[in-house]
Design a protein around this ligand. Structure first.
Ligand code: PMP
Length: 407
């Protein structure tokens, strides 16, 4: 049977991810990888989780080993409501404003499902988070891309694009503005308070929803925390996506959609056709964990660890990249990533061949561009390699850049 003849348009469009291909090399001995965006396993609270897991399987087996509702665990929903109130001062939410997903990747896929048709337009950032790109692309929409600056999306370009879509009679086709407000993946930048306000004003002017994807907000190392767009504009305008992957453990696969009752209901209906429900076991595990431990205290050592690794990387950049003309890098105030941009004419995809020989790995910027164009940038994650490997890896990268620059 030649299955090729039977695939759908979507099936035919699916391609192996370039990042997966590139990261295969990163596991060779003596390699140093800044590629993967995964948390350091040493930050997972394994003792606490294993104790709670055995307790709940024994005592609450009828709930945790059963199918759950599509909306998810009401106890966890109440923990989230309390956390949003305590951390951000967000009030007036009920269980009906909340639905749990299998990681926030599923929420992105469901957002694509409920909002996007082939002729739809999604407003996204450039560079564009790859997971969102693959989720949205499954619906074959058009993208209008807004360049990122050091303080987030260029809101003047956003305004111009929206005005022009309105003048062409296309504004009704625009389904949402997708934003990663804090410590962007891949760009490391944070959206300023002024720009948050401008985006809300524009969304109100053209009556557009905002999808705020915030996996990293609690991982702030320095600077002042900023209000979530969700807090500033409310559930009638904003859908907030959150995840426990970076503050607890990605293996639990718990994400959460927070929005108006009306939109959450739609997410619930869409999820029924995807996976019926997420794991009751991991949701109850997380609920009991948040009940017993203060998440803000629990993540303090994680923040300290990532900050010190970020500082090590920034110092190594000063030392080894300082004399490379035209190179720039983002100094992230939190999260897992920085974004390094080489001088014009550099192509980090082509340079990868030299990096491979020198056993240092990064993610070239090209797959993060919405139209897969050549990029002089690269994403580097500082959270996984030990400090001394960070320094050695940056040294190897300097040699790579110098060698590529000569060719
Ligand atoms: N959104 C962003 C911006 C991310 O960086 C990630 C994880 N890399 C996700 C969503 C998905 O996370 P998860 O499915 O693990 O919750």
């Amino acid at each position: 049977m030649d299955f090729e003849t039977k695939y759908s348009k979507l099936g035919n469009s699916l391609q192996s991810s370039l990042i997966r291909e590139l990261l295969k090399y990163a596991s060779v001995p003596n390699a140093i990888s800044f590629g993967g965006g995964v948390p350091d396993p040493e930050t997972f609270p394994r003792k606490e989780l294993s104790q709670i897991a055995s307790e709940i399987i024994e005592k609450e087996y009828a709930y945790v080993l059963q199918y759950s509702t599509t909306e998810g665990d009401p106890e966890l929903a109440n923990q989230i409501i309390a956390m949003l109130e305590r951390i951000y001062g967000i009030s007036n939410l009920s269980e009906n404003n909340i639905m749990f997903t299998t990681g926030s990747q599923e929420a992105l896929e469901l957002a694509g499902k409920i909002f996007l048709d082939e002729e739809s337009i999604a407003i996204v950032e450039d560079p564009f988070y790859l997971g969102a790109a693959s989720a949205f692309k499954m619906r074959f929409p058009k993208f209008v891309t807004i360049p990122l600056e050091d303080d987030g999306m260029n809101v003047d370009v956003l305004e111009k694009e929206l005005k022009s879509l309105d003048e062409k009679g296309l504004i009704k086709k625009v389904k949402f503005i997708y934003v990663i407000p804090n410590f962007h993946n891949p760009a490391g930048v944070t959206l300023s308070y002024e720009k948050r306000k401008r985006i809300i004003e524009l969304a109100e002017r053209y009556d557009l929803p905002i999808i705020e994807d915030d996996p990293y907000g609690l991982l702030r190392f320095e600077g002042e925390p900023l209000d979530p767009i969700f807090k500033m504009a409310g559930p009638e305008r904003v859908i907030l996506l959150n995840t426990f992957s970076k503050i607890l453990a990605p293996g639990l696969r718990i994400g959460v959609v927070i929005g108006s009752e009306q939109v959450v209901r739609k997410f619930v209906l869409a999820k029924q056709g995807t996976d019926l429900c997420s794991s009751a076991l991991t949701q109850r595990l997380a609920a009991r964990y948040f009940e017993r431990y203060d998440i803000l205290q629990q993540i303090t050592p994680t923040i300290k660890l990532y900050k010190s690794k970020k500082d090590t990387m920034m110092q190594a950049f000063e030392e080894y990249f300082g004399d490379i003309k035209g190179i720039k890098w983002v100094k992230p105030e939190g999260g897992l990533f920085t974004w390094v941009t080489l001088p014009e004419g550099f192509d980090t995809m082509e340079m990868f061949e030299i990096a491979k020989q020198k056993l240092v790995f990064y993610i070239p910027g090209q797959p993060f561009t919405p139209d897969n164009k050549v990029s002089p940038s690269m994403r580097m994650s500082f959270c996984l390699p030990p400090h001394e490997k960070i320094v050695e890896g940056v040294k190897r990268l300097r040699d790579t850049i110098l060698e590529y620059g000569k060719t």
